[in-house]
Ligand binder design. Structure first.
Ligand SMILES: [Zn+2]
Length: 401
């Protein structure tokens, strides 16, 4: 991990540097350029005894490295290191994760790592202001929004916990591919894509209605926890997510399904995802099932709801070892009274020892939450765009030798 260089300002004071200069500042310049693979760290054939002197020559190699750097960064290409080139070279030392980033009003942090953070926040639907590599107040605010939405401590510091959360979401959301603004806009815009949508997450039961119980687990609590994990992921990609209930006191009367449906209608939601676990007198019953609004072959049904249900079912089944139950049309109130597509996920049986052990594991709940997120992303993916999952599941055939 590079450390802040206390001599940077001293060397900056001798600017500009150009071909023919020599001294410690030139040695530092060469080291910066070498880290970027623009010049060899040691001049070839350098005499070890004269090495220090040799390294500090602003020679033709250093000059062409400076020119290459200036071209990369869109600076005027003159091969001379003035204040702007010097500052960008200093910025380029930092990769996201090298140091803790924070807002300091009197001495704003600057670096490629700050620019990377700003880009990542923008991809995830938060607004850091301009991507200017400066950790200003807007960047801090966007970072706090992100932290709040993924449920990590809201301290405005970009440190190890935040790096981890950013990393996990980047892989979940974009498969590491969306560095460019055009792709960013796919998530941040209001067209195709999940960003900007309104999704209601409905943790079933609550309060005095515990739902299924078994093996030390209570359905109303399991699904409330799962709902929070899904909510964090949705908000992080720019979705407005709402829950139909909070964590109710044990004696509280939970909202009924019609009330929950009315909330979704009032919010004019794009989608409702209802979360349940199952229970059965037969302890061997297990697996995952999803439901959508439908009344059998002769009745009305929701085509989009059916598609969402299949997507959710497929993603959960492909990411876990839960038994693939079924995807069915039902006329339950929440499915019937909602004016938008609604699905109900029944993820595992608490009365089954195997399913319950899985559901007790927070990592397993995260897997389910990611499965739901990816399923919803698939739903809103433009028809012509390859989905991240498809890319992963269908590698290109090996070339014939
Ligand atoms: Zn239930």
């Amino acid at each position: 991990m590079p450390q802040p260089d206390p001599t940077a300002d001293v060397f900056g004071g001798g600017l500009p540097y150009r071909r023919g200069d020599q001294g410690p500042a030139v040695a530092q310049l060469r080291a910066h350029l070498a880290r970027l693979d623009l010049v060899a760290a040691d001049p070839p054939g350098a005499d070890p005894g004269a090495r220090h002197l040799m390294e500090s020559q602003f020679d033709a190699d250093v000059e062409s490295a400076v020119l290459a750097f200036q071209q990369q960064r869109g600076l005027a290409c003159d091969g001379v290191v003035g204040p702007q080139t010097w500052r960008l070279l200093d910025d380029a030392r930092w990769q996201l994760g090298d140091r803790v980033l924070r807002f300091a009003p009197t001495h704003m942090l600057s670096g490629d790592d700050v620019a990377a953070l700003q880009g990542r926040l923008l991809e995830l639907g938060f607004d850091p202001g301009r991507i200017d590599a400066l950790f200003g107040i807007d960047t801090e605010q966007a970072l706090r929004d992100f932290q709040r939405n993924v449920g990590i401590p809201v301290d405005g510091l970009c440190g190890p916990v935040t790096f981890k959360a950013l990393d996990r979401l980047a892989r979940t959301v974009v498969g590491g591919a969306a560095q460019h603004l055009r792709e960013t806009q796919r998530w941040a815009g209001s067209g195709p894509g999940l960003a900007g949508k309104i999704v209601v997450i409905d943790p079933g039961h609550g309060g005095r209605d515990t739902g299924a119980v078994g093996h030390g687990l209570i359905e109303s609590e399991v699904v409330a926890d799962l709902a929070a994990r899904i909510e964090g992921r949705l908000v992080a990609v720019g979705v407005s997510a709402y829950l139909t209930r909070g964590r109710l006191a044990p004696a509280a009367e939970p909202p009924d399904e019609s009330t929950r449906a009315a909330l979704a209608n009032r919010l004019d939601a794009d989608l409702v995802v209802s979360l349940h676990t199952d229970g059965h007198p037969n302890a061997s019953a297990h697996g995952v099932a999803t439901f959508y609004y439908g009344a059998g072959p002769s009745g009305a049904s929701s085509a989009v709801g059916e598609r969402v249900a299949h997507l959710v079912q497929d993603e959960v089944v492909s990411r876990t070892d839960l038994l693939d139950g079924h995807t069915d049309g039902k006329t339950w109130d929440l499915l019937r009274r909602t004016r938008m597509p609604a699905v109900r996920l029944e993820v595992g049986y608490l009365t089954n020892a195997g399913d319950a052990a899985r559901l007790a594991d927070p990592a397993f709940r995260d897997t389910i939450a990611e499965a739901v997120l990816v399923a919803l992303q698939q739903l809103y993916l433009p028809a012509e765009a390859p989905s991240p999952s498809v890319v992963l599941l269908q590698p290109a055939p090996a070339p014939v030798a």
